[in-house]
Unconditional design. Structure first.
Length: 357
C-alpha cells in the first residue's frame, strides 16, 4: 500500500502511521468490561474521537440485566447512572436515558432492558483509554460495572491501494480495477480514480464497508482510458470533518492500439421510502441519450462478503432516462451496469449507500 499525500479540511491533519482503534463516526463498537458485577452488558460506543475544534457528542448503548429483579412477587426496579473519566482528568457525568420496563401481561419479569447515553469530548481532551463506569441501584444496594472506551486523537489514518498497479489496458476488453482503503475512524468513505494529465476520471462513489475500518470498491477501465500517471483520491468523513488521501498508480496503454467503440456512461440516484428504494438516472452513448437500453441494478448488503447481486432490470426511455423501484431490507450499496456491445463500451455507475432504517 502507498500513502503519498493526505490532507484534511479545517484544522485537522490526516496522517499515515499507527493504526487507529477508535470507533467510527456514526458506527459503534463493543466494549470489554474492566470490572463487572454483571448488571450491565452489551455496551457499545460511537463517535469516540477528539475533534479538531469544538465538541462532539459520543453515544453509548447498554443493556440492563433483570431490570425488575428476579422475584415476580417482589419487584426491585433498577436505576442507572454513569460517569466517564478521561486519562488524567476528573470524571464527568454521562447523560443516561433508561426507562424501567413493566411486568409482562403474563406476570413474568423482563430479563433485560435497553438504555442509551451520551457524553461530550472536546478538542482539548486527551486521546486514549477512557474509563466508563455504570452504577446500578436496586433497593439499598449498588453494583458497579466498568468498561474501557478508546478515544481516537485528532490525527486519523488512511491507507489505501489500487489493484492491479500498473493497470495494463487491453484492446477491445475491459480491465477490472479494485480499490481498498482502511479508515478506522470514518463515517463514510468515497473514492475517485483521476488522470494526472487530463480531466478523465472514474467515480466509484461510496465505497462499501466490508468490515470495521475496511472499505472497497471497483470499476472497469476501457482500452481508451488515458495512459500515464493516475491518482486514487479517497475522501473520508468523521463527524463534521472531512479528510482526503491520495495514492499514485500507473496506467499503461494497450498493445495493438485502441478499439473503435463509442464511450458510454450511466448516472445513478437513489430515493428511499422505507424498504422501497427508487433507483433512477440516465445513460448516454457518445455523449447522447442511450435510448431503449437494458440496465442491470446490483445490490450488496453492508458488511457482506463476496460480489454484488443483480436485483432488477430497467430499460431507458427515449431520453436515455431510467427509473425503477426495488425492495431492500438491509442497509447496503446499489450500482447500475450498462453492458457493452460490439460498437459501445460498457459502463458502471458510481455506487450509492442506502440506509433503510
Amino acid at each position: 500500500m502507498r500513502l503519498l499525500l493526505a490532507t484534511a479540511t479545517g484544522a485537522a491533519v490526516l496522517l499515515g502511521g499507527a493504526g487507529i482503534t477508535a470507533t467510527a463516526a456514526g458506527a459503534s463498537t463493543s466494549l470489554t468490561a474492566r470490572t463487572a458485577a454483571g448488571d450491565i452488558t452489551g455496551v457499545s460506543a460511537g463517535n469516540t474521537y477528539v475533534p479538531s475544534d469544538g465538541t462532539v457528542q459520543a453515544g453509548i448503548n447498554f443493556t440492563v440485566k433483570d431490570p425488575l429483579g428476579t422475584d415476580p412477587s417482589t419487584t426491585v426496579p433498577a436505576s442507572v447512572t454513569a460517569e466517564i473519566s478521561p486519562p488524567g482528568k476528573a470524571a464527568r457525568s454521562v447523560s443516561v436515558s433508561y426507562s424501567q420496563p413493566s411486568k409482562g401481561s403474563d406476570g413474568k419479569l423482563p430479563t433485560s432492558a435497553a438504555g442509551t447515553g451520551s457524553f461530550s469530548i472536546s478538542s482539548d481532551d486527551p486521546a486514549g483509554d477512557w474509563s466508563l463506569t455504570f452504577k446500578v441501584s436496586r433497593g439499598g444496594s449498588v453494583s458497579t460495572d466498568s468498561f474501557t472506551v478508546n478515544v481516537t486523537g485528532k490525527k486519523a489514518s488512511i491507507s489505501a491501494s489500487v489493484t492491479p498497479d500498473p493497470v495494463n489496458l487491453k484492446k477491445g476488453r475491459e480491465v477490472q480495477v479494485d480499490v481498498s482503503a482502511r479508515v478506522k475512524d470514518a463515517g463514510s468513505v468515497s473514492a475517485r480514480l483521476v488522470s494526472d494529465d487530463t480531466s478523465e476520471y472514474y467515480d466509484l462513489g461510496t465505497l462499501s464497508q466490508d468490515g470495521y475500518g475496511v472499505y472497497t470498491g471497483s470499476t472497469y477501465f476501457s482500452d481508451d482510458t488515458e495512459p500515464g500517471a493516475w491518482t486514487l483520491e479517497v475522501t473520508a468523513t468523521r463527524g463534521n470533518e472531512t479528510f482526503k488521501g491520495q495514492v499514485a498508480f500507473t496506467v499503461n496503454e494497450p498493445e495493438g492500439g485502441v478499439s473503435k467503440k463509442a464511450k458510454s456512461k450511466v448516472t445513478l440516484s437513489v430515493q428511499k421510502k422505507g424498504t422501497k428504494v427508487k433507483v433512477y438516472g440516465k445513460a448516454t452513448r457518445a455523449g447522447k441519450a442511450y435510448k431503449g437500453k437494458m440496465l442491470a441494478v446490483y445490490y450488496k448488503a453492508k458488511g457482506a462478503k463476496g460480489k454484488y447481486k443483480r436485483i432488477a432490470w430497467v430499460k431507458t426511455d427515449s431520453a436515455g432516462k431510467y427509473s425503477t423501484k426495488v425492495t431492500i431490507k438491509k442497509d447496503g450499496y446499489v450500482k447500475v451496469r450498462l453492458s457493452g456491445t460490439s460498437k459501445t463500451r460498457s459502463a458502471w455507475s458510481p455506487q450509492k449507500f442506502v440506509n433503510v432504517k
